[in-house]
Structures are given as C-alpha cells and as structure tokens.
Write a protein that binds this ligand. Sequence first.
Ligand SMILES: Cc1cc2nc3c(=O)[nH]c(=O)nc-3n(C[C@H](O)[C@H](O)[C@H](O)COP(=O)(O)OP(=O)(O)OC[C@H]3O[C@@H](n4cnc5c(N)ncnc54)[C@H](O)[C@@H]3O)c2cc1C
Length: 408
Amino acid sequence: MAKNRAIVLGAGIQGVSVALGLQQRGFAVVLVDKASDCLLRASFRNEGKIHMGFVYANDPSFKTSTLMLRASLSFSRLLDEWTGREIDWRALSSHPFMYVIARTSMVAPDRLLQSYEKLQHEYRTVLKQEGGSYLGQRPASIWEPLSADHLKAWINEKFSVCGVQTVETSLELEGFRRIMRAALARSGAIEPCFGCSVESVTRTAHGFRVEGSRADGMTWDRHADIVVNCLWDGRLKLDEHMGIRPQRKWVYRLKYRLLGTLPRELEGMPSLTVVLGPYGDVVRYPHAKTYISWYPACMRGWTDGVSVPQEWERHCAGWVEDTEASRIAQDALAGFEQVVTGIAQADIDVVDAGVIFSWGKTDIDDPGSELHERFHVGVHCYDGYFSIDTGKFTCAPLFAKQFLDCVC
Ligand SMILES: Cc1cc2nc3c(=O)[nH]c(=O)nc-3n(C[C@H](O)[C@H](O)[C@H](O)COP(=O)(O)OP(=O)(O)OC[C@H]3O[C@@H](n4cnc5c(N)ncnc54)[C@H](O)[C@@H]3O)c2cc1C
C-alpha cells in the first residue's frame, strides 16, 4: 500500500520533531527548509533552557508555568523515542540555574517564592499523573532558597539580596543539533529538501501542492496528503496565504546572544537567570562556551508585520559584522556588570541572533504585557493543513506529540 505523504515546512526543533514522529508512524516525509541544514535558526541561536516555568511567575493564571512544566517533563522521553536512542542528556546539560531576584523585580520576592512553591507542587502532580522526567532526572525537589553568603559570592548586593537554586538547565545546542541531524540521516523515510524557500501552499483534489524557490533561483514543487507549517518566523505569512489570519496582536522580536569565555575570577560561577523583568541570563557548561544575554542590549528588533524584515536574515544566519558585534557585546556586558562584577571582562567570540514570535503588543517591562503569558500556543488544524506555533524550544516535542495524536 502507498504510504501517506507529508510535507513538513521548517527544520527547526519543531519541524524535526514532527518529521521524526511522522516517519515512525509510517509516513513518507519531505522536510523543507531555506537554510542549508536542519536546526540552524532560532532552534540553534537560543539559550537552550528547558523551562520548568520559573520565569513565568507574572502570569497570574499559572497556565504558562504549567505548560512549561508538562513540556519539560516530556521533552527527553519523546526525543529518545523519536531518535531511537537513549540520548545522554546529562552530557548536553548546563550547570543548573540560580535565580537571582532583582531589587527592582516587577514581581515582589514573596510572590515569586509563592509561585515557585506552587510549581514544586505542580511538578509532583504532573510526574504522578503523566510520568516523565526532567532530562532523565526525577529530583524530589526542584528548588531551594539560596543562602545570602552563596548569593554574595557572585552577585552585587546593590542589585539583589535574595535568590533560589533550581534544578533547571539548558542544553548545549551544537551537541543537540548533531544528535537531531544524525537521527534524520538514519531515518530512511525523511527526504531533506534544504536550501529551498517555501512560497505557497495550494489545496488540490488529492491533497496539497507546495511551491517555492531554491537559492539558485530555480523553482520547486511537491505534492502531499498533509502539510505541517513549522516555519516559526515564516509561519504567519504562509498561513495568510491559506486564508488564515490571527485575530490577536503579535510581535516578532530580534534577540542577540553572546558566546564566550568568562574572566578567570568568574570561572566557578553558576548559570543564572535574573528575575523578573528586562534583565538577563548566563549559561555555564562544563565543556562549552558560556552564553550571555542582557535584554536591554540584546533585544534590538521589533515588528508587528506579517513577516520579519529582510535585514534580520543575515544576523539570524550567524553573520553579524565585527563592529556591530563588538557594540552589542560591549553593551550587553556593561549591562550585566551591575549584577556580576567583572563580567565586562568576558572574552566574546560569537554574536548572532534569533527571532522570537509571541502574542502581545507591549514589551516585557510592562507588567501587563501578554509576553508574560505563553500558553496560547500549539497545534492548529485546518483539514489536512496544520500550523504549529512552537512558543518555546521547550514545547516543541510536546506539540509534535499532540499533532501526531491528531493525525495518526
Ligand atoms: C535569543 C533567544 C533565546 C531563546 N531562549 C529560549 C530558551 O532558553 N528556551 C526556550 O524554550 N525557548 C527559547 N527561545 C525560543 C526558541 O528559540 C523558539 O521557540 C524555537 O527555537 C522555535 O523553534 P522552531 O522550530 O519553531 O523555529 P526555527 O528553529 O526558527 O525553525 C523554523 C525553520 O523554518 C525555516 N523557514 C522559515 N521561513 C521559511 C520559508 N519561507 N521557507 C523555508 N524555510 C523557512 C527557517 O530557516 C528555520 O530553520 C529563544 C529564542 C531566542 C531568539
């Protein structure tokens, strides 16, 4: 019997998860991306944090934290299943995150701690009801208060006097990408179609025709029974082509990251996230470069258009001119210096960017901004045409599973 045919658009974490899941369920899959390989855009140039929900304490409904928790506890189980391997998650993981509560936090420390306590309770409930693990581990508790002395060892007292230690970690994305790439190569039933831009999808008598162009200007087209739009920053434009337009406001932000080496006196520093407001993160890995971002310096592009500006493309592909890269690095490090004394001396090798799509219309310094809520995301079905709003890297495997449960 002929196999069902699927075209998956976008080879970021969302598209790769969907493609691997579909081929395991017997579909012949074509995986399309304009980039030259898989996982080269937002899924590569992000912080890699597998969110448990700690940063979403300003969503009073608690729905974002619950979604992140459920997604994080299914992340490794689903990817182990679809890659056909028991991935060594510990080897990919960063040092766990310390959460530093700023004196200027938009949510007061006692409310943050209440929200973390609620998260702890929710963690136990989800584990009991749905099983799973956090990247292969099932610690009894997911956070504990930090002593003032421990905090003082790294954090400027003028900036913060309290914080918590969590078990949350980030993934080293170069290593993660290698694993996903190898799984695609092994799969046998996934045909990669890289270097191919998607321009249109049309319904036909027997399914769909997808058309686009290649880097050399030649056109391409493919036919399939179902189409899955996982294009992230290209998603709305294609949906619009299919006559689908969201009824709410959205925003695309262009956010930069720095990778480099900390000065010797900060070598023992933990990973940290500063809450809650427009602050930043440092991610420490045992064997990889340190990730640094400082929101006011690293968030440098904003649009509420259907598509992102063409001029963002180069930076999202990793090409940032030296003078601009040094300016961004200097601004970000100078911003972080108020939290961690000495970090301005870090040696930065990589500055590049990724796009963040979210619902909302004001920035994160507005406590009422919808950017503090990320639960209106996931799978949309339109009679054989599917459009997945990944929301966060963390959510991609969970949404791929929800999609598979819809179609198979
Ligand atoms: C700086 C930064 C930090 C972040 N930190 C975190 C974090 O710590 N934790 C977390 O959970 N999330 C984080 N995110 C969000 C996360 O990166 C995204 O939610 C996630 O990577 C989106 O995955 P995706 O597969 O949908 O998109 P992508 O990885 O961008 O994949 C979409 C693919 O579609 C392709 N594409 C787009 N348009 C077209 C077209 N017209 N034709 C052909 N191909 C096209 C692109 O080339 C791309 O490969 C962060 C994002 C940024 C930018």
